[in-house]
Design a protein around this ligand. Sequence first.
Ligand code: LIP
Length: 256
Amino acid sequence: MIVKQIIEVVRECGQILVHADRTQAGTQIKHGQSNNLVTQYDKAVQEILRKKLLDIVPQAHFVGEEEDVHESIAMGDAFIVDPIDGTTNFVKDYKCSAISVAMTHDGIQEIGVVYQPYLDELFYAQRGKGAFCNGIPIHVSDKPLNQGLTLFGSASYYTELTDESFRLLRLCFDRSMDIRRSGSAAVDLCTIAAGRAELYFELRLQPWDYAAGALIVQEAGGTVTRVEGGDIDLTKPCSVLAVGTGVDIEFLRTET
Ligand code: LIP
């Protein structure tokens, strides 16, 4: 079964993160942005994922964060991979990062696997077959926001979005019990899927940040859209809003 094979590969890669020697991380800045980092571990884990995932599905396209060329996912099978989601957390040994692997067919997610190795929490979903954490079924919260937590991402690579991010965060904060910021979109989406928080938003993410986690939220009974409405896009960056069943998001739309 493909999902079990993907899980095995992702678990193996998770151990690389847990046992990493940060003195050998070779941390570099990406795109000239001092807060956008990549390490030798990102590249090494991505290469291992590429080899092992294509051993499982040889004909699949491969899209990874640390890639110069992104193959099309519109037709056939494809893997959309973030080898270390939460790279800054990894560099800082903050112990909140994830390996995120989505498998799509004709541009639609069929399998999502997200592994948070520091907690040994392996989240996965297959379209139409539910969502799980370490084999146990998970479901989003049914609580309203005033009985819940807001998770947010600061979209820190896109400073032109900072004012709007914090404007929306204030709207959420005023309506929530409190806010949290993990530094990993994939972890945040799985936190929503597991019913541990009620709303997550981030004004811009790359497809590899959310392709797997979005399916896991949907299969856990939640809703994932762009913040401004409409479906998320797996071919280019977009905003992401993920909610449980008890949250009325109109306040975000009317005041946006
Ligand atoms: C990160 C996301 C995080 C976001 C960061 C960055 P990376 O992914 O998971 O939620 O706020 O800007 O995009 O770059 O660590 O793989």
